[in-house]
Design a protein around this ligand. Structure first.
Ligand code: NAD
Length: 397
């Protein structure tokens, strides 16, 4: 059995774990990376091994003492299988309470593996019955981008808080509908911006905002990877909303926003396509320039056509702040003009889910709110508009 990317699946239908490879350099030379390999940089192999052995981040005492909110996972694809489901084992405040899948085979596999009984298994038709499932507090939407809006709105109507994967939706208009639906139902909405919980990113934000190295003058940021299977939804505009920019370019875009603490006012973008068949409906490679109100300039890039782009570099009055890799699930590295900074980096998905659960329990707003997702989409739309019009475009809120 194989998945859509041609990767073998184990007999239980779940993707086989990526083997832990000896060193980053060897791994880079020996084989082509796919998207997941790229995010799971082998720099993190030791960390991953530690997690697998329950060593680094498990805190059973704390986990049992704290109330856990129930999460319904919607869409059991690669991210849910390989990152989110394992993250529940490290979560202090969340537990997997229900699943929503359109693939009957996955019901048994997930039920056996995670002990989910039949009354907590839904499909896309029975989804709205979640309203009467008291074991579920949060619906976590992990579907193709075009489906985020529909399932967020339906979850809110079912009375559930929503954690929705990035990019928030295919358009700013959809983002606004999602925000209204959650506000009307008095439910909280958060977007899966895991990097905003990653300690090195937080340290960079802190140093940038406190101007420890002087004010930021310019930023260079980029994220891309070489995409495989030409038939996947990521290459279908209807489902993905766009290409590399929507999928991974948003990480670079958002890093510029959270490092500066400002919203871009003007954007100039350019696109290139070297494979017009594969990238017939979505963007392949884009570079864009953002101007911020204080005068900071950011030049960014994204691509579905090569590996190795996964970084940001903020040039300040008296030095620099950089991360490379910056946006991986683990193994990210930070350096400033004062030297390297190494921090413990817990599982980003567990941290993100726990933070959302705390917002719900303490009735506080999430820092990765729907409004935050909307701001990214406003910039994304300005980027596409600039490409189409071949002019600089003002970002309008
Ligand atoms: P995937 O293709 O592996 O999984 C998608 C799931 O949606 C599958 O279970 C599939 O069966 C289901 N699905 C339902 N209707 C579908 C349809 N019409 N077409 C295709 N699939 C359909 O994708 P993924 O990598 O798990 O990504 C899911 C979401 O998570 C995306 O929005 C993506 O941007 C986001 N994501 C976020 C991160 C992160 O680091 N935060 C990483 C990867 C993906």
């Amino acid at each position: 059995m194989a998945n859509r990317r041609g990767k073998p699946l184990s007999q239980d239908g779940l993707q086989k774990p990526t083997p832990i490879l000896p060193t980053p350099a060897i791994k880079m030379k020996k084989r082509n990376f796919n998207r997941r390999d790229f995010l799971n940089t082998s720099v993190s192999a030791g960390v991953a091994a530690g997690i697998a052995q329950g060593g680094f981040f498990s805190s059973p005492a704390h986990a049992t003492e704290t109330k856990k909110l129930g999460v319904a996972l919607v869409g059991l694809g690669s991210l849910s299988t390989n990152q989110i489901a394992p993250a529940f084992q490290k979560s202090a405040n969340c537990k997997l309470a229900a699943i929503v899948t359109g693939t009957p085979d996955k019901e048994k596999v997930w039920s056996d593996k995670y002990g989910i009984s039949k009354d907590h298994i839904y499909n896309y038709n029975s989804f709205d019955k979640l309203a009467s499932d008291d074991s579920v507090d949060i619906v976590y939407v992990v579907l193709p981008n075009s489906m985020h809006a529909e399932y967020t709105v339906r979850a809110a109507k079912a009375g559930k808080h929503v954690l929705c994967e990035k990019p928030m939706a295919n358009s700013a208009a959809d983002c606004r509908d999602m925000i209204s639906a959650c506000a009307n139902a008095n439910r909280k909405l958060a977007i899966g911006y895991r990097c905003q919980y990653e300690p090195h990113h937080l340290k960079c934000i802190d140093m940038a905002r406190s101007k420890e190295l002087g004010a930021i003058k310019m930023i260079e940021a980029g994220f891309g990877f070489k995409i495989g299977d030409p038939k996947q939804w990521r290459l279908n505009k209807k489902l993905a909303g766009g290409g590399a920019l929507m999928d991974v370019g948003v990480y670079a875009l958002q890093a510029c926003r959270y490092l500066t603490g400002e919203e871009p006012s003007m954007i100039t973008a350019q696109e290139t396509k070297t494979d017009a068949t594969k990238f017939a409906s979505v963007d392949e490679s884009i570079t864009w320039l953002m101007q911020f109100p204080s005068g900071i300039l950011a030049y960014c890039s994204t691509s579905y056509n090569f590996n190795g782009l996964n970084r940001f570099n903020a040039f300040t009055e008296n030095g620099f702040l950089r991360m490379d890799p910056a946006f991986s699930y683990a193994g990210n590295r930070m350096e400033t003009s004062k030297g390297k900074v190494e921090l413990d980096a817990p599982d980003q998905f567990a941290t993100e889910m726990d933070a959302f659960a705390k917002c719900i329990m303490e009735n506080k707003p999430s820092k990765v709110s729907g409004e935050e997702g909307l701001k990214d989409l406003l910039a994304v739309e300005a980027i596409y508009k600039s490409i189409e019009s071949r002019t600089s475009v003002k970002v309008v809120a």
